[in-house]
Design a protein around this ligand. Structure first.
Ligand SMILES: Nc1ncnc2c1ncn2[C@@H]1O[C@H](COP(=O)(O)OP(=O)(O)O)[C@@H](O)[C@H]1O
Ligand SMILES: [Mg+2]
Length: 596
């Protein structure tokens, strides 16, 4: 419990902690009002039994006389009015407090999920290489909400009710210590016993539920994402079965939680009825008069009636807390470990980092996080402004890794990537702003062609002229013209309504939208047939004149016209030079023979 509180406080921004302070004060006031209202009723009962007692208290008598309250009738009448006013005010306050509390909780949901998504969008690329997207989706979508409503809210509820219970018990203790002790023992003991019984299983189910929530998202993503493969291979059942298994486990956990929640009240209520009878007996035994008995019994009945839902709420919330506490763990871990990325707001990096002379990869060695193997070993190469280089080599030789380092997506383990002698690490956003990147698999969203080319820009801020230029340069213009809705045509999720070549050219247009000086292509044409590839290569040829190109290619024809070719072999540059010169290399020759 204290561990949960510590972690919660750690992920809350300091502004929220001040709000929490205000909430705590409001909580205390609410607790006091509850106790006060109970005391007043008990007092009222005593007065009803014997109105004269008020006149026995000398200072009070003077006040009452001053107010013109002289008879027992007056006392009952004004007493009733006073009672009503107190309850009205108290309940109005309680409603207000609940509203403030709900607001606090849901605003935390907003701020935590927003912050977490911000972190996931701003972390280095290497983070996403290690993490499954289903976990991240779950954390942002369901766990952040669970954290607010099922962890923070219960903590507040427990605190609120505890304050109230302590107040009521203090009042009771002042009036009747022995009977109070019996009450505490009964109600407290039974609640504690109940919690002990369900504790272990609640914890187990809670842990399980967290896992299954991620597995459900994962299964849906993979099943729907791999629909074509799954259908052709007839593997649909594997996905539906796996889904069912997760939903089943999650349901069982939820059923257990609900059942426990529903059991709390009846158990405590039964004890309470027994308790009240016991208290009446105890009081009679002590020789109370009927009037005093009525008053004290009223006090206890009212208190227990108020304590019941409070204990109910504490036990229920404590359980919910144990069940959902696991939502806190992944969020806490990511929010503390990745804190530095939280405020890295790169709205729009306006300034491109220009390329004046050359890009230089200097003695770069790279090891992927959590692995040992050196994927690149002491690689050095230099790309002059306005030139085109081609990277070739077998799959797994390290081409993509090398390009990701140049893109600033990954940071070298040793060595550096320099642009005009300056390490790109220092202004990686500005550097990226000057690069157009065309990956092998273009990520397309279910949106219009226009929005896919501009990508991540509000529709009204899209520069139509630049779109037109990019479309033309990517040789996409004829295709767009053939569509009835032109650039506004929707292309389906992941571009499902496009052919491979069309997708690739949208990728090229996207890379060109920013009008970058450097273009990086990672096997951008490998998945294309020869004719389509020719079109794309033609597009590339035209781009070559004014830009610096770094091209990874599978087919050597694609890079034949590059100024320098690098043959990468097992993380090292095995040979470099023009196409003709490289033909002398054995490995390279093998590639040309088989890969034509
Ligand atoms: N995220 C990763 N974590 C660990 N190893 C990786 C990761 N990505 C690639 N590798 C390894 O790095 C090596 C080079 O991969 P890559 O650069 O993609 O090669 P290429 O693009 O030439 O096919 C391969 O052995 C691959 O298994
Ligand atoms: Mg690759």
């Amino acid at each position: 419990m204290s561990d949960i509180l510590k972690k919660l406080l750690e992920i809350l921004p300091s502004k929220d902690k001040a709000k929490l302070g205000i909430l705590a004060v409001m909580m205390l006031v609410g607790g006091f009002l509850e106790v006060f209202s109970i005391g007043i009723i008990a007092g009222f009962v005593a007065v009803v039994a014997d109105p004269g007692i008020l006149f026995d208290i000398e200072p009070l008598k003077r006040v009452l006389n001053f107010l013109g309250i002289e008879t027992s009738r007056d006392i009952l009448f004004y007493g009733a009015i006073f009672l009503i006013i107190v309850f009205l005010l108290k309940n109005a306050y309680i409603v207000f407090y609940k509203y403030v509390k709900a607001r606090f909780i849901y605003h935390r949901y907003k701020s935590i999920s927003r912050k977490l998504f911000g972190i996931y969008m701003n972390v280095p690329y290497s983070f996403h290489l290690r993490r499954n997207s289903a976990d991240l989706t779950r954390n942002v979508v369901t766990e952040a909400k669970a954290l607010a409503t099922n962890v923070m809210l219960p903590v507040l509820e427990i605190a609120t009710e505890t304050v109230m219970i302590l107040g009521v018990i203090t009042l009771l203790f002042v009036v009747e210590p022995t009977v109070t002790l019996v009450t505490i023992f009964l109600l407290g003991g039974v609640s504690a016993l109940f919690l002990k019984v369900v504790r272990g299983r609640t914890k187990k189910h809670g842990e399980r539920a967290l896992e299954e929530r991620a597995r459900i998202i994962k299964t849906v993503n993979e099943g729907v994402g791999g629909f074509k493969d799954a259908t052709v291979m007839n593997r649909q059942n594997w996905f539906t079965k796996r889904f069912e298994k997760s939903v089943d486990a999650l349901s069982r956990a939820e059923i257990f939680r609900q059942a426990v929640k529903a059991t709390v009240r009846p158990v405590i209520e039964t004890i309470a009825v027994l308790g009240v009878l016991l208290i009446a007996l105890l009081l009679l035994n002590k020789g109370y008069s009927i009037g005093a008995l009525a008053s004290v019994l009223a006090l206890f009945v009212l208190s227990i009636q108020r304590l019941l839902p409070a204990i109910n709420s504490i036990v229920g919330n404590y359980n919910s807390l144990r069940y959902h506490a696991y939502a806190l763990q992944p969020i806490y871990e990511d929010m503390t470990a990745l804190k530095e990325y939280e405020e890295k707001k790169r709205e729009f990096v306006k300034d491109k980092m220009p390329l004046k002379e050359s890009i230089e990869v200097r003695k770069v060695t790279f090891v992927y996080p959590e692995t040992k193997e050196e994927v690149l070993k002491d690689v050095s190469l230099s790309v002059k402004k306005g030139s085109a280089i081609g990277l070739v080599g077998a799959t797994g030789s390290g081409k993509t890794t090398l390009v990701d380092l140049i893109l600033g997506l990954l940071e070298p383990t040793k060595g550096e990537v320099l642009v005009d002698g300056k390490d790109i690490k220092e202004s990686v956003n500005e550097w990226q702003e000057n690069i157009g990147y065309i990956p092998q698999f273009i990520y397309l969203s279910d949106d219009s062609i226009r929005n896919n080319i501009a990508f991540g820009i509000d529709e009204e801020k899209i520069d139509e002229k630049r779109i037109k230029e990019a479309v033309k340069a990517a040789r996409l213009d004829e295709f767009v013209k053939s569509l009835p809705e032109g650039l506004s045509t929707f292309i389906g999720e992941r571009g499902i309504r496009l052919s491979g070549g069309q997708r690739q050219r949208i990728g090229i247009a996207r890379a060109l939208y920013n009008d970058p000086e450097v273009l990086v292509m990672d096997e951008a044409t490998s998945s294309l047939d020869n004719v389509t590839e020719k079109f794309v290569i033609e597009a590339i040829e035209r781009l070559k004149k004014e830009r610096t190109l770094i091209i990874i290619a599978h087919r050597l024809t694609t890079v034949k016209n590059c100024d320098t070719l690098y043959l990468i072999k097992k993380g090292k540059i095995a040979a470099q030079g023009s196409y003709e010169k490289l033909l002398e290399n054995k490995d390279f020759k093998e590639m040309t023979d088989s890969g034509k």
